[in-house]
Structure formats: structure tokens, C-alpha cells
Write a protein that binds this ligand. Structure first.
Ligand code: GAL
Length: 853
């Protein structure tokens, strides 16, 4: 995806060879200096930053810790959690030091920049309250840390000189309900174009008609021209902004620009499947093109086929010229798909009814913090897709562009969300401070940025905003929804509502294109009856809590249950007062056709919001994840996989079977499986056969449960039967002995030497026979040699205060995950993991040179 690194510390992402005279794009990754704290003179180009820390961007300044319960200690009453009084919440935002001011500086060389060119910076996201300075002059501000923004810096830079880019960021206490991260945590791009060019997010591509035989494609392209110039042809009628229509006559020729836009649509193999050559005549700075693609390959999560529109903008220097000069080239990746939300029927994609099997995710990447990394995102999506997940809600804010691109490529549908707050606060210094001034601008950037991406199916304008029940809330909703419709009439607007009584009564919910409800499966029929849309969505569901490898006895359904060790049980029966077990939502999803699907809270554990231990330090990361903070699947992963992934067999047993001291005690055994029935054996003795109930209480419908099993060391084995009653699969879990050795399992062994790529290596503490030691807490050391470096480690324990960037950590329930990063040198690299009293293990990885473009 990325190209070569230049000596200037710029990473070139579109090569100069093919487009020497057109645009050049650079990623500003290296040569940054960073300092925490206010530095009154840091914008000044003469400021000496030699003592500042050298960092690479993306960078999260707070992830290196240390953890401390006093970091952003919040005394709050969380209304949406039905709390009756304010309490002190120590790990709400992760216990990490993200508050305060931080500065980033670097030299900004713009190779070959000169007259007749423009330079633009694009920030994919900067946390938060960004102030951008070039040579001491403030050129841009953007308050909301999650949004992308661009700024034209042409007038501020001096060609051929050393220019200085400085960025000041500031985070406030109580600005968030989860870990927001800190710093230039997403990419910064420099784009250099000729004066006449297609601006940032300057194309809008839609597919107004999609059938199996053909698809119509419409492309609107904006063109920027120098001030005082108009686009047109001699004799053509033009309208110049702010003046009356006129015709380009001889006098106006000096000012007129003669342009043509040639667009080719390429299929996934690069073959041209349609093209159009369009002179720009209207005087307006846009160009409309229409195409037909025959027998289109439709985009879906299962077939994520992408096309690319390559638009070339040509300029003729005088009307009599016959030659046109190429001035810009712009690529718009797109997909062809149609979808519908239909009253009484729910959602369909390309004519096929389906339900969103979705998860909500916050933006952090566990031990990497919020610093964006493509390999980390790709791993997350790979794991989610294996579970059968086909949709992500970017809760509760704008995503990283790399996530959207990967969802296009790998096949995940997206609900892109914007806000967790409107005017009424949930946290004192949250978006409520920005709403009036910024809401429209923020929505415009979100929609323009992503309205060409086929993975994006819905826009969400908010999550559980208290304005649902505040007079005037409906007007705010209407205003925001109208902005989104104006920018993109092709996708519906939704949001996550929790105040269902108010939202139904005051018509708030009735105004939305799609009413999304959080944690209200039992009330879907009532909402359906009261609302005009005829279709609704589980915009946020379940919020079951569990800790990987932890099982509590007796096994019982519970709400808000706390234990002295600050963990939650993996029997998947514990939720919050407002939330449910997965199965309760499954019932409604399966039985109610008008429900368009669900988005489970959450796919992955995240930093912050350690409910039900919000007040109990050292808990500082969530328990909601289907996968833990290290990305290891909890048992719940298999409950969802059994339901969501019909193409892969799932047969998973829980709990582990190493319970010294529990001999003879009731120790229920569950199987999460997509087989309809199974028989359980304890040490070869049958415990009977269980079959999934068709309509009973939710758990018996989706789980096979043997509730009266008495623990005896040895093994539990389950034999699964298919619908015809044939034994087709089995799974066994054995009692583990003493920790003996470490086993390493790498998610990938072939890496790219781009300085960014990652391998995730799971270290398992096993007994001599290779059984996982399910309670092992050994401290493990990591050492990387060769063409890579140790990057981070996590064990999924929400109470662990060990630092992610130190190459040692205790195993949590026998496992942890080490992350190894490549350098820009190709070659072999090894990770060795050792621990006292354990036979160490080494894994060899290979890092290959970045393929030349
Ligand atoms: C919801 C909220 C999420 C998260 C979740 C935990 O109310 O939208 O952001 O707080 O609860 O269950």
C-alpha cells in the first residue's frame, strides 16, 4: 500500500515517475519531535526542539503510562447506567496520562515545490483541539480529535526553504467516557498538486442503478482553479460565483481555463470497463460523468470486489491548442452494491435479505493505544470475520481511514458514527462544548471523506445523547440528519437510542431514517408498533461482561456482579443492569424479521470503562469484549461464531478442566456449537446428550449445557451430532499438569519490511503434554533479534498495571500476546519468550522488502 521512503523523512505514497507533473502525496511519519507540556514559543520556527523526544507518527503519547487511578479521576453519576448518585471512577478513561498539552514539530521540506503548485496537509485525526502552525503562522484548527481535516498551506510555505510544521494539541480532564488517546495518533499527509487540481475528497461516486446485468455509475468531480480564473470554452455560457451569467468572449479568454476530465473505470484486475471524456464547459467547478458497467461484480462482505475510477484532468493552454496537458490524476476506489431497508422485512444487500452481525468497537488497538496501524486493524478484522461478523459500528466517533479502506477490501459493512454527545453533556468537557460551532463541519468532513466507500452502509449521528429527552432534541436530530442527507442522499441515518420511552413519546425516534435501539430487545415489538419506519436496528446489544479464562461458581445469571479479584465470569451469564446476555438478543434477531441486525458491545475489549468495576482500581479496561485486550478470543467468541459463521464448524467447550480442590463439586459444562446436539463425557462416562431447544429460554436455544456435572480431574469430551443424528465432531479438554514450557503461535510469519508491519505472537504456558495451564501467571520475557523489534505486549487482564511497551509481562490465565514490528530492513527475525522454570520458545519470522510499485 505504501511506497518508498525519501531521504527527507517523507513517505511517498504515489510515485513521481508516472505522474511527475501531477500530484505527489507523502506520509509524514518520521523526523517528528514531541514534547508534553505547554511550550509558549514552540510554534516559532526558530524554537530549538533538539531536546524533544524523537517520535514516529502515528503516535499516542499517553499509552506508555504509567497507569494511575488519579489520571482523569472522575466523580460522576452515569445517568445512562441508571446510577442514582455520583461516585469516584478511577479507570474510566484507562488510567493513562492523556490530559494536558502536547507539541509536535518537524521540518517540512516540500520537494520541488514552486510556483503554480499547491500544498495541502491532511490530518486523519489529532487528539485533540489541534492548532497547526507553518513557520509560526497558525493555518488551521480542528477541535474534535476523531475527525479528519485538511488545510491548504500554499501561502504559508516558502519554496526551497526549510519550513517548520508545528502542531499543538490539548486534552482536557473529563472529556471522554473511555480512553481517547493523545497526540498525532493518525497519519498526517502532505499533498502537492498543480494549481488546477481535484481537491481533497473532491469526488462523489454513486451507483444509482444496480442489477445483475448492468450498473449505472455517476461521478461528480470538483475542480479547484486559481482565484480569478473561470472554467469554460469560448462562447460557452458561464456563471461566475457572485456575478450574473455571462458568455466567455474574447475579453474573458485570459481568465478562462479550458479543461477536460477523462475518467476510466477499472475492475479489480485493472481492466478498463467504462470511460468518459468530458470537457468542462459550464463555468461551474464540477464535472458530472455517467457510466454503465455491464455484468458488474457486486460488492458484499463475502465478495468484496472493488473498482477504481481513475480521473485525469487535462488543461489546454489556449482554446486554439489541440494538445491538452495532464494536470492531475485522482483515484476513487468504489464498489457496486445495492441495499434496502424495507418495512416489515428488514435489511437486504444486493437483493438478499440479511441481518447485520455486527460489533461496536472503540478506536484503540489495545497495547498500541490509539496509534493507528494497518496490520493491527487487519488482524482485528481477520478475527472478526472468522467469527462470522460482517459489520462494525465505529463507536462513537469517526474512524481511521485505514479501517474503512480495509473494510472495503476485506468485506465488512460499516455504520460510521459521529458523536457521543450533542448539546447536553454526558461528561463535563465532552463534545457538548463544541456542538454548536462544530457539529455541521464535523459531519460534512465525515460524510465527504467516506461517501464513496462501499463498506459504508449507514451514518450514525449519535449515541445515547441525552438530548433524546430534552425539549428541542428532535430539532437537533432533524438538523443533523438533514446535513447528512444533503451531503449523501444515498445512505440512511441512524443513531443509538437508549431512552426508548422518551424517544417513542416525543417522536424523536420517528424522525430517524432507521431507529436504532441500544439494549432494548424486549421492546422491539412495541417500538415497531409505534414507529412509522417499519424496520429497526439493534444499534448496540448485549454488553455481557467476562474475563478470559475466569469461571465463577455457582454458575448463575447475574447483573452488575462483582468479585474480589475484579474479574467477571466466562460462563457468559453476567451483564449490566441495562444489558443482556448474547442469547436474549439472538432470540429477537431470529424471531423478528423487521429487526435489521445487531451491533454487539463490543468486538474487542478497550481501554477505559471497566464496568462493573468502574469504581474499583486497578480495573482500567473493559470486560465487554468478545475478544480481550490482547485480541485473544473469550469463550463468547465461539457462541457468536456458532451462530454467525455457518460455513465453519464450531465446537467449543468451557470451562477449562483444571480445578484442584473442586473434586466432587458441581462444575457446569457448556458447548458453544453450530451442531444441533452433542453428548458429553467426563472421563469416558456419559453425562447425557443435549439438543438445542427451538423455543425455550434463550440459553437452551443457543447453548448446550450440562449443569450438574461434578468435577473430577481427567478430561471432558464432547461428541457432536449433525441434524441426521450422525456423530461428526468431537472436542476434548484435559486437566493440565504443572507449567513446563512455552509454546508460541504467530498470526503471521511473512511480514513486510516497511517499519510498520506487525506479527502477533501468542505465548501459551503449557504442561509437558501440551495442555494449556489455565491458571498460569508466570512472568514472561520477550527478546527480538534480527530485522525487527519488540513493539508491545498484552495479557487481557483488565487489572494489570504492567506496561505494554516493556518486554516482560505476567501471563493471564496461561497466555499473553507479544507484538513484534518490522524495521525497514528485510531479513529474518526471531522472537524468544522465556520464563523462570519454563522451557523457552522461539519463533522465526521473515520480513521481506516492500514490493516496488
Ligand atoms: C452504552 C454506551 C456505550 C457503553 C456501553 C456499556 O450505554 O453506549 O458507550 O458505555 O453502554 O454497556
Amino acid at each position: 500500500m505504501l511506497g518508498l521512503t525519501l531521504g527527507t523523512g517523507l513517505l511517498l505514497i504515489s510515485g513521481p515517475a508516472a505522474q511527475a507533473q501531477t500530484r505527489r502525496e507523502y506520509l509524514l511519519t518520521t523526523d517528528w519531535r514531541f514534547s508534553k507540556g505547554n511550550q509558549p514559543d514552540a510554534a516559532n520556527p526558530k524554537f530549538n526542539d533538539a531536546r524533544w523526544q524523537r517520535v514516529q507518527v502515528p503516535h499516542d503519547w499517553a499509552i506508555y503510562g504509567p497507569f494511575d487511578g488519579n489520571n482523569d479521576l472522575q466523580t460522576v453519576q452515569i445517568e445512562q447506567n441508571q446510577e442514582q448518585q455520583a461516585t469516584q471512577k478511577s479507570g474510566r478513561t484507562g488510567g493513562l496520562p492523556f490530559i494536558g498539552t502536547g507539541w509536535y514539530r518537524r521540518k517540512l521540506e516540500v520537494p520541488g515545490f514552486g510556483a503554480g503548485q499547491r500544498a495541502v496537509l491532511v490530518f486523519d485525526g489529532a487528539m485533540s483541539d489541534a492548532h497547526v502552525f507553518i513557520n509560526g503562522k497558525e493555518v488551521a484548527t480542528w477541535a474534535y480529535g476523531y475527525n479528519s481535516f485538511s488545510v491548504d498551506i500554499t501561502e504559508a510555505i516558502q519554496p526551497g526553504k526549510d519550513n517548520v510544521l508545528a502542531v499543538r494539541l490539548q486534552n482536557l480532564p473529563e472529556q471522554s467516557r473511555w480512553y481517547p488517546g493523545a497526540g498525532l495518533y493518525r497519519n498526517v499527509h502532505l499533498i502537492v498538486t498543480p494549481e488546477v487540481h481535484i481537491p481533497v475528497w473532491g469526488t462523489y461516486l454513486t451507483t444509482p442503478e444496480v442489477t445483475a446485468d448492468y450498473a449505472r455509475v455517476k461521478l461528480t468531480t470538483e475542480v479547484s482553479v486559481p482565484a480569478g480564473r473561470v472554467i469554460g470554452r469560448e462562447g460557452a455560457k458561464i456563471s461566475v460565483r457572485g456575478s450574473q451569467d455571462e458568455h466567455i468572449g474574447r475579453g474573458a479568454l485570459q481568465k478562462a481555463l479550458f479543461l477536460r476530465l477523462d475518467t476510466e473505470l477499472l475492475d479489480a484486475s485493472g481492466r478498463v470497463v467504462a470511460h468518459s471524456s468530458t470537457p468542462l464547459q459550464s463555468g461551474l467547478p464540477t464535472c458530472e460523468q455517467a457510466f454503465t458497467i455491464v455484468q458488474p461484480q457486486l460488492w458484499s462482505p463475502e465478495t468484496p470486489t472493488l473498482y477504481t475510477a481513475v480521473s485525469r484532468l487535462y488543461q489546454q493552454d489556449a482554446p486554439a491548442d489541440t494538445t491538452y496537458r495532464l494536470v492531475d490524476e485522482y483515484k476513487t476506489p468504489f464498489g457496486i452494491r445495492s441495499f434496502k431497508f424495507e418495512a416489515g422485512k428488514g435489511f437486504s444487500l444486493n437483493g438478499q435479505p440479511r441481518k447485520f452481525k455486527g460489533v461496536c468497537n472503540h478506536h484503540d488497538l489495545g497495547p498500541l493505544g490509539t496509534a493507528i496501524n494497518v496490520a493491527a486493524l487487519r488482524r482485528q478484522i481477520t478475527l472478526l470475520k472468522d467469527m462470522g461478523c460482517d459489520a462494525i459500528r465505529t463507536s462513537h466517533n469517526m474512524p481511521a481511514p485505514e479501517l474503512v479502506q480495509l473494510c472495503d477490501e476485506m468485506g465488512i459493512m460499516l455504520m460510521l458514527e459521529s458523536f457521543d454527545e450533542w448539546k447536553t453533556p454526558k461528561v463535563k468537557n465532552g463534545y457538548n462544548l463544541l456542538f454548536d460551532e462544530w457539529a455541521e463541519k464535523d459531519l460534512v468532513n465525515l460524510v465527504r471523506h467516506y461517501r464513496n466507500n462501499p463498506s459504508v452502509i449507514m451514518w450514525s449521528i449519535g449515541n445515547e445523547v441525552p438530548d433524546q429527552s430534552v425539549p428541542g432534541g428532535g430539532k437537533l436530530l432533524k438538523r443533523l440528519q438533514d446535513v447528512v442527507h444533503r451531503e449523501d442522499p444515498t445512505r440512511p441515518v441512524t443513531m443509538g437510542m437508549d431512552r426508548i420511552d422518551d424517544a417513542l413519546k416525543n417522536n424523536f425516534a420517528a424522525v430517524l431514517d432507521i431507529a436504532g435501539f441500544n439494549y432494548k430487545p424486549h421492546r422491539y415489538p412495541e417500538a415497531q408498533a409505534k414507529l412509522p419506519q417499519g424496520v429497526l436496528l439493534g444499534s448496540e446489544t448485549a454488553s455481557t461482561v467476562s474475563s478470559r479464562g475466569v469461571y465463577k461458581f455457582p454458575v448463575e445469571k447475574a447483573k452488575q456482579k462483582k468479585y474480589p479479584d475484579n474479574q467477571s465470569s466466562s460462563y457468559d451469564l453476567e451483564a449490566c443492569v441495562w444489558s443482556q446476555t448474547p442469547d436474549e438478543e439472538f432470540v429477537q434477531q431470529d424471531d423478528l424479521p423487521y429487526v435489521a441486525g445487531e451491533f454487539v458491545w463490543t468486538g474487542f475489549d478497550y481501554l477505559g470503562e471497566p464496568t462493573p468495576y468502574d469504581e474499583v482500581w486497578p480495573s482500567h479496561s473493559s470486560y465487554f469484549g468478545i475478544l480481550d485486550l490482547a485480541g485473544l478470543p473469550k469463550d463468547r467468541f465461539y457462541l457468536y461464531r456458532a451462530k454467525w459463521n455457518p460455513t465453519a464448524p464450531t465446537l467449543h467447550l468451557l470451562p477449562h478442566w483444571t480445578w484442584p480442590g473442586r473434586e466432587g463439586q458441581t462444575t457446569p459444562v457448556y458447548a458453544y456449537t453450530n451442531y444441533p446436539s452433542a453428548e458429553l463425557f467426563v472421563n469416558g462416562v456419559s453425562q447425557g446428550r443435549q439438543t438445542k431447544a427451538t423455543s425455550a429460554q434463550p440459553q437452551t436455544r443457543y447453548r448446550l449445557m450440562w449443569n450438574d456435572v461434578k468435577y473430577q480431574p481427567g478430561s471432558i469430551k464432547v461428541v457432536a451430532y449433525d441434524a441426521a443424528g450422525k456423530a461428526v465432531a468431537e472436542e476434548e479438554v484435559r486437566t493440565a499438569g504443572q507449567p513446563h514450557h512455552i509454546r508460541l503461535v504467530a498470526d503471521r510469519t511473512a511480514l513486510t519490511a516497511d517499519g510498520q508491519d506487525l506479527a502477533y505472537v501468542t505465548a501459551r504456558v503449557e504442561d509437558v503434554q501440551g495442555n494449556l495451564c489455565p491458571d498460569a501467571t508466570n512472568e514472561l520475557q520477550m527478546e527480538v533479534k534480527g530485522a525487527g523489534r519488540f513493539r508491545a505486549v498484552a495479557n487481557g487482564d483488565a487489572t494489570s498495571l504492567e506496561l505494554f511497551h516493556q518486554p516482560h509481562m505476567h501471563a493471564f490465565h496461561g497466555q499473553l500476546v507479544a507484538t513484534v514490528q518490522t524495521t525497514d530492513k528485510a531479513g529474518p527475525l526471531t522472537l524468544k519468550v522465556s520464563g523462570k522454570g519454563l522451557k523457552p520458545a522461539t519463533v522465526q519470522l521473515q520480513s521481506a522488502a516492500v514490493a516496488a510499485k
